[in-house]
Design a protein around this ligand. Sequence first.
Ligand SMILES: Cc1cc2nc3c(=O)[nH]c(=O)nc-3n(C[C@H](O)[C@H](O)[C@H](O)COP(=O)(O)OP(=O)(O)OC[C@H]3O[C@@H](n4cnc5c(N)ncnc54)[C@H](O)[C@@H]3O)c2cc1C
Length: 461
Amino acid sequence: MSTKLTGRVIYANDPGWNDSRHGFAARFDYNDQQPQAIVFAQHAEDAVNAVRWARENKVPIRVRSGRHSYEGYSSLVKGGVILDVSELAGVSFDAETGHAVVGAGIDMLLLTEKLFDVGVTIPLATGPTVGLGGLCQGGGVGITTRLLGLTCDSVVDIEVVTAEGHLVHANEREHPDLYWAIRGGGGGNFGVVTAFKFKTHPISTVGIFNITYQWDDFVAIVDAWQKWAPFADWGLTSLISLHTDRTITIQGQYTASPQDMPKLGELLAPVLAIPPLSVQTMVVPALIGARITFGVDPANPTWAILQHDDMQLFKSTSAVATELFPMEAIQRIKDGLENVPPLSAPPSQPSMVQLLGGGGMASVPKWSDTAVFYRNALFIVQYDGYWTAPQDQQPTIDWVVNLRHSMLPFASGAYVNYVDSQLGPDWLEQYYGANLPRLKEIKKKYDPENFFSFPQSIPLG
Ligand SMILES: Cc1cc2nc3c(=O)[nH]c(=O)nc-3n(C[C@H](O)[C@H](O)[C@H](O)COP(=O)(O)OP(=O)(O)OC[C@H]3O[C@@H](n4cnc5c(N)ncnc54)[C@H](O)[C@@H]3O)c2cc1C
């Protein structure tokens, strides 16, 4: 008997069809690459059926959680089927084991709120609408990374639909190779994740900070930050954002017990030694801290976000710094930011280079313990270009690509969650380093016909 699509299935001309097709990355033409159906799974069984149906009908499939793929990979599939798990968003917590089972499609804001309700957290991203499904499979970095590790480091079990359409669990005992690969190998490669089980971490109070500097202190503050952020107390994770509008911001979070919070001032001393323009520190309940970091209204967070109404014109890419930047590298970033192509209309936000501090718990696992290769990252470098007028698109994209290229002597490799179609022919090595051969073997074992395939999926050989 042939398989039927189940769940909330929508087709062209159904109400909501247009909204359902779009990804976060607005520079792609979602009209040009329309799927034939979008399945919003309501149960894991709907994902099983969608996989089987796509196989039987020889239709390409894309899997989607939060739609935040920088290259639109989860939404662009001409004539194919999009299997969207965003409605698999349940959270159940077992107070005895401290484990939480979480639907793979949940977004950061909802997940944070649900976990904080029971006094726990897991390491998550800083963007409120990012989906857990993509984030966790690529690693997952955020404001607690140095204390708790990457998102995928807290995963103890993965419920996943394989390319053959079987619902299996991957953990240390069952399918351990799949368990290894999904934690860092990048979404969309090995199966459809329907749920993750996490070990959780208690959380109560956090200290959040936001410090700004004048542009003239660019070199001094970037140098002070890089010598501090990856080596500071593990409770402290920070990022420095260097914008083309000549603003510099360090923001971050100190996650520790309420008794330790008075230490925050002392911990910030190395970056406060460069005279700041402004300093804001707040010790707040963790939930309020998270809402502020997400940029939503701390008193009334949910209404502020229209899910998937947040498309943006941008080009982003990344690299990994495993050694401190020499002055020449810092100067090169400054020159790059000062020479961003002029825009004919104001962008949604200024273009920027952002460095996110690594080390701490993120560097405890070995490069081969999970598929996340860059355990030795001192910081992840993100290059982001923004524009609004169509004529500004290509110059801004070129600027992003060229700036990353000019910095390659100092920061290379790439973070697979910041997918970039322009990394060059060795993009696989850039994402996965020495873990690539094992990832290909596991791909061959679990998906020998390359059913889960997209422009930057892991190939069979
Ligand atoms: C505004 C913004 C903020 C961000 N902030 C951070 C951050 O703080 N930290 C960080 O580490 N990253 C961050 N990212 C990057 C983010 O981690 C990646 O874009 C991630 O892939 C998004 O996952 P998603 O589920 O939202 O996206 P999707 O586009 O739905 O999926 C991304 C990839 O994973 C696959 N996939 C998704 N769900 C599943 C599933 N259930 N099973 C199998 N494959 C699946 C898709 O096919 C696609 O290839 C940010 C991105 C944006 C746009």
